[in-house]
Design a protein around this ligand. Structure first.
Ligand SMILES: NC(=O)c1ccc[n+]([C@@H]2O[C@H](COP(=O)([O-])OP(=O)(O)OC[C@H]3O[C@@H](n4cnc5c(N)ncnc54)[C@H](O)[C@@H]3O)[C@@H](O)[C@H]2O)c1
Length: 452
């Protein structure tokens, strides 16, 4: 059984500390046969109260803290962030809600390890820059806590295997918190798929198209202070999971089908340089960078069952937001942004035209979870309620002894597209095999249930 290589993670974290993470940990054979017990369908002992700690409370992590203040059955025990300003903001918000003051950890990049020594924490919410995700998730599970990690879960194939192995060895949950899977439309489409509305599934389209050049104006704090550098380090799909997660669940990926291989292409990388020239003085640091990530990346995934998925990434060009959210089957198609549907049998009768009136479809196919929790989710907000619903559902599963909706294999499979798209690009877009992180268990794993 391969042990977690701590030195590799320290190497990754030291890159992260420099703000220029590459996380190219050594290519060990973590996938080799081992005695690990699968964590598919993992049920951990019921928790009466879910005691939570947070690592990273910048923009995203602070949002999670706020939601946890309004969830039943949780206690916020500790918060860690080396940025004193954002740490104070989070602690103050908690105490202003009349909640007991959580312990604060701010002494440098490894203060989180001190926090993990506590024995009064059940789960840790990790919302740090990407390079920290893998080492922090591993450390969390090794300290006996469940890890809940922001997207993407990891940045290399090796990191993905290390996280999978660690979850199996510790039998701790490691969920990548793909909130988009809890969106109203995504849940409705999942319900439609399960009821066979689209017939046999053939093809999906997913994307993260979100103009974020403005983040280049964030220098010392906030997302752009570290994410900008990824555009100088890697050419590929830097952020695949928001679009891909829902499509993967529609297609029962890791639960009856799985990703087999991919091929990837990028357009020229022009937009960020042009933006820097337009928005910053010539001598500015943003004009000294070489932006290599193609403005539009298009990756095609083939599944073992022969289905195809197009995944796009574009955070640079001026265009409206989209995750595509398209699913095509033998009986029809749904597409998002804006929502539209065309069905042969059971639709308006004319599949040559889009039906854009969603109300009758919501009335018939609203997911039971959204029927139950949608109002509260929208009241609490977070990307239209999907953030609150995801956190509510995590807590619900932990308190009721139910498996989580997303497991470590999902997080690894959806995230690994990042590094594999780069590998394909560097090899004239030749196909790259996508690892089977379930080690064959996808063939017998049950599809995600339609829960209420
Ligand atoms: N799911 C979503 O919709 C969504 C939305 C936004 C961001 N995100 C993800 O959330 C994560 C954080 O993004 P953000 O926008 O909040 O960035 P951010 O820069 O605003 O926040 C990151 C925080 O992590 C802290 N941090 C850095 N190193 C740390 C360490 N060693 N220990 C403890 N804290 C550390 C920073 O001080 C900062 O406060 C990223 O992975 C991003 O992809 C997800």
């Amino acid at each position: 059984m391969k042990q977690i290589n701590r030195r590799d993670f320290l190497k990754a974290t030291s890159y992260a500390a420099a703000g220029l993470a590459t996380s190219q940990v050594s290519a060990g054979n973590s996938a080799s046969a081992n005695n690990n017990a699968s964590v598919i369908g993992l049920i951990s002992p019921k928790l009466d109260i879910v005691k939570v700690a947070f690592i990273g409370v910048g923009q995203r992590g602070f949002g999670h803290v706020k939601h946890f203040c309004h969830l039943d059955g949780v206690e916020i025990k500790a918060i860690c962030d080396p940025d004193q300003q954002v740490l104070d903001r989070a602690i103050n918000y908690v105490t202003q809600q009349g909640i007991t003051r959580p312990a604060a950890y701010s002494n440098g990049n490894y203060a989180y390890q001190e926090m993990l020594n506590r024995d009064d924490i059940d789960i840790v919410i990790i919302s740090t820059p990407w390079s920290w995700h893998a080492p922090m998730a591993i450390d969390t599970m090794q300290s006996g806590k469940h890890a809940f990690v922001e997207v993407p879960l990891a940045l290399s194939v090796e990191e993905c295997w290390q996280i999978v192995n660690c979850s199996e060895q510790t039998q701790k949950h490691c969920m990548m918190m793909e909130n988009v899977n809890y969106g109203r439309d995504e849940l409705m489409v999942l319900n439609m798929v399960r009821q066979g509305l689209f017939g046999e599934l053939l093809h999906g389209e997913a994307a993260y198209i979100h103009e974020l050049r403005w983040q280049m104006k964030e220098f010392t704090q906030k997302t752009g202070s570290w994410r900008t550098f990824w555009h100088t380090k890697r050419n590929g799909n830097l952020y695949p999971t928001h679009g891909l997660g829902p499509v993967a669940q529609y297609m029962n990926i890791n639960r009856g089908d799985r990703f087999d291989y991919l091929t990837s292409m990028s357009s020229p990388a022009l937009g960020r340089q042009l933006y820097a020239q337009r928005e910053f003085p010539a001598e500015h640091g943003r004009n000294q960078l070489k932006y290599i990530n193609g403005d539009i990346n298009t990756t095609l995934i083939k599944t073992v069952k022969g289905r195809t998925i197009m995944v796009q990434h574009d955070t640079t060009t001026p265009r409206p937001y989209s995750r595509h959210n398209l699913i095509q089957g033998t009986n029809g198609v749904f597409a998002g942004f804006p929502n539209r549907i065309a069905i042969e049998q059971g639709g308006s009768g004319n599949f040559h035209q889009w039906d854009t009136d969603m109300q009758p479809w919501y009335a018939k196919y609203e997911h039971p979870l959204w029927q139950r929790m949608g109002q509260e989710a929208q009241k609490n907000g977070g990307h239209g309620g999907m953030d609150f619903l995801m956190l509510w559902r995590m807590v619900y599963c932990l308190r009721n002894g139910q498996p989580l909706d997303q497991d470590v294999y999902d997080g690894a499979s959806w995230s690994v597209i990042n590094t594999l798209s780069e590998q394909s690009l560097n090899n004239r877009s030749n196909s790259i095999t996508i690892p089977d992180f379930t080690r064959g268990a996808w063939q017998t794993a049950k599809p995600l249930a339609i829960v209420s």
